[in-house]
Write a protein of this length. Structure first.
Length: 251
């Protein structure tokens, strides 16, 4: 590590990763945003799922000012965040075979919908089965993952496959295995993860593409506005009423 302070090192590392995904994933981002726009236009619903810290990027696009009102969070009890006790239980649940099937069976997902699945490693049973089973239902699947894990680790699913193997479109976050950008002689382990920064950027880039694509087609994108600007609540009320049958976080 150089003489520069860790804060500068981390921000520079995050910027480098963001530049990489901007340049190397441009076509995939465009395709993913177009898929979301196609789904909205055809009357489908949008869902996002992530387990553990991957859930942060999923939550970031749900009921979000400047975001698509139709994006719903697909939740799995015990894996959404670190509020479960003990926190290690969430990691254990990601490895349980059959959990994804039970969740999808009781979810509103149906043929013609789109599901964004976020998993940094893409190796655990839950995201792999979620993608496999969703596609079997006729749901289009976008995976946001680090493809590096598929060549540097082994799958924890009985099929030996990864999330990336069961998606219509894959967005590669370029995060290195271990998700830690910095090392220091005085610190015994790598530190400073950047996956949340990069994954959230990919999600926002994808939804921005969807909004612009809908507008190019002459369709007003169902966007939410901040409740802290004048008229924001009235705007959101109109959008939520118009698309109420495709919004599930109000129920």
């Amino acid at each position: 590590m150089s003489d520069r302070k860790p804060a500068s090192q981390f921000i520079d590392a995050a910027i480098d990763l963001l530049r990489r995904v901007r340049d190397e994933e441009a076509d995939s981002i465009e395709a993913a945003g177009t898929l979301l726009a196609d789904t909205v236009q055809s009357g489908g619903r949008l869902f996002a799922f992530g387990a553990g810290h991957s859930s942060l990027a999923a939550q970031d696009v749900v009921y979000r000012a400047g975001g698509l009102a139709l994006m719903n969070l697909l939740t799995v009890p015990g894996v959404v965040g670190v509020d479960v006790m003990p926190a290690t239980l969430g990691s254990a649940l990601e490895r349980v075979d059959g959990l994804a099937s039970a969740v999808l069976d009781s979810s509103p997902l149906r043929e013609g919908d789109a599901l964004v699945i976020i998993s940094l490693s893409g190796r655990n049973a839950l995201p792999v089965e979620m993608a496999m089973n969703a596609r079997a239902l006729g749901v289009r699947v976008i995976g946001v993952t680090s493809v590096a894990y598929a060549s540097e680790t082994t799958s924890r699913h009985t099929s030996g496959t990864f999330l990336k193997d069961h998606c219509d479109i894959v967005l590669d976050s370029k995060i290195a295995v271990g998700d830690a950008e910095l090392t220091l002689d005085t610190v015994p382990a790598p530190f400073a993860p950047a996956s949340t920064v990069v994954t959230s950027a990919l999600m926002q880039a994808m939804t921005a593409t969807a909004a612009a694509t809908l507008a190019d087609r002459g369709i007003e994108p169902p966007l939410l506005r901040s409740g802290n600007v004048d008229g924001g609540h009235e705007w959101n009320g109109r959008v939520l009423d118009q698309y109420g049958d495709r919004i599930f976080y109000r129920r």
